[in-house]
Write a protein that binds this ligand. Structure first.
Ligand code: ASP
Ligand code: MG
Length: 439
């Protein structure tokens, strides 16, 4: 079986759904199609929830109405017969009735997640009707029947595998399945989700669960690029990346792929392909075990980073100091991205300020602490990059004018990370594009 995941822009217009229907019927292999919500829908649902939370019910009503209008005209364009249009309108009525009811009851965390789930539920049901119109035989599988989180809110791959196996066994002759990305159930049995952008994660988890031959992620760009196309003029698609390289790029800012979606594919050694719905013949990027080549492959940037410099003369010749520091971050469930140390100081970065005040208060008890906000991590990724000749020289020659806050090198074989003030991000990415990629 192969997995094909289509993002919001790939299903966001009726003609795109038509394109998707052609792509999923191109070959004979059994296929599981994972769909996102139509582009803009999840954002709109987030806004509706926010309005409800702020008790601005009127704003929520307006937003629900605007969104509904969009779906009504989508149906008119997508489907032609009265029967199918009628069915589609019934589905949309049902979902929007639910969204209207939410305005009458108080918003809870569980209800919020129910609201966020509406996008994928609607996109898959409409797509299924479109396939019906095109007489393309398929089965619509509710992701809520098998996508399961454990008590730590992590996907429970063993349960997903078991449930999917059971469900698929009921359709031995079917070749095409459609399901929702992003949505799942938590350990309490409530509707939950895999966080924003999580449809990629769904696809990769299903791929691992069914031991798929390939996990294809279809978006609106032809693969992972060497640099951020929104920031620099010229970028090139990367042909091949190892799982480790791709995970670092996704984690450190490449928007095309959700960072969590690498591990399930890596676990079962399933190649992940990044492909372009608008340009299906483009080679895209393949992510697999082998890196394919050595040297610098790409640079990515992650914003909203906070640097914390922790200094203590007590650290001199002492042991156990680092442990004490790490325990503070562990206590507040705050992951550290970058770290550098000297004999009397440690600098770390975090990407969330949710527990910053508490963390600083505790660190202040054992050391003197300085904080720098509005920083950006620029990560240069490539197989064996740390061993690549003169790469550091080239890098620092290129970014000569940029004030660097921190450098991390040698932690992994395929990553050099710099921390810079965010105001220098554009310039840094442009300089690296010239100096390291000759673009
Ligand atoms: N629809 C969800 C979002 O916009 C999940 C996804 O598209 O991956 O975040
Ligand atoms: Mg996405």
């Amino acid at each position: 079986m192969k997995i094909m995941k289509f993002g919001g822009t790939s299903v966001g217009k009726p003609e795109r759904m038509h394109q998707v229907s052609q792509l999923i019927t191109r070959d004979k292999e059994a296929t599981m199609v994972v769909l996102s919500a139509l582009s803009g829908t999840t954002n709109a649902l987030v806004e509706i929830s926010k309005s409800l939370a702020s008790t601005n019910k009127k704003a929520a009503v307006e937003k629900v109405e605007a969104l509904e209008k969009q779906y009504r005209s989508f149906i008119l364009e997508l489907l032609s017969g009265e029967v199918l249009r009628g069915k589609a309108n019934e589905i949309i009525t049902e979902h929007f009735e639910f969204l209207r009811i939410t305005q009458k009851i108080s918003l809870s965390d569980a209800l919020n997640k129910d609201i966020l789930a509406q996008g994928e539920l609607m996109s898959t049901k409409l797509f299924s009707l479109y396939l019906e119109q095109e007489k393309i035989d398929h089965v619509l599988l509710p992701a809520l029947d098998f996508m399961q989180l454990d008590a730590n809110d992590e996907p429970d791959l063993a349960v997903i595998e078991l449930k999917l196996k059971e469900i698929l066994a009921a359709y031995p002759t079917k070749k095409l399945f459609v399901t929702q990305g992003y949505i799942c159930r938590n350990a309490k049995g409530e509707v939950d989700n895999l966080k924003r952008g999580g449809s990629d994660y769904t696809a990769s988890l299903i791929a691992a669960a069914v031991k798929a031959s390939v996990c294809e992620i279809w978006t609106d760009i032809d693969g992972m690029h060497n640099n951020d196309p929104r920031v620099v003029d010229k970028t090139v698609a990367i042909e091949q990346l190892s799982f480790d390289e791709a995970a670092e790029l996704a984690y450190f800012g490449a928007k095309i792929l959700h960072p969590t979606c690498i591990w399930p594919a890596q676990l079962e050694n399933i190649p992940v392909k990044l492909l372009n719905t608008m340009q299906p013949s483009a080679a895209g990027t393949v992510i697999k075990k082998e890196a394919g080549s050595v040297g610098v492959k790409a640079v990515a940037a992650k914003d909203n980073i906070i640097a914390i410099k922790i200094k203590s003369s007590r650290m001199l010749l002492a042991y156990g100091f680092l442990r004490k520091i790490f325990e503070v971050f562990e206590k507040y469930k705050t992951p550290i991205d970058m770290i550098t140390t000297s004999e009397v100081a440690v600098s770390v970065t975090i990407d969330t300020d949710v527990h910053l005040e508490e963390i600083l208060a505790e660190l202040n008890l054992i050391a003197s602490v300085e904080v720098e906000k509005d920083q950006t991590i620029v990560s240069i990724v490539g197989n064996e990059i740390a061993k690549t000749e003169s790469v550091l020289k080239k890098l620092f020659d290129a970014i000569n004018e940029v004030p660097v806050t921190m450098v991390s090198y040698g932690g992994s074989h395929h990553n050099i990370s710099l921390l810079i003030p965010s105001t220098y991000k554009t310039k840094t990415l442009q300089l690296i594009n010239k100096g390291l990629f000759n673009l």
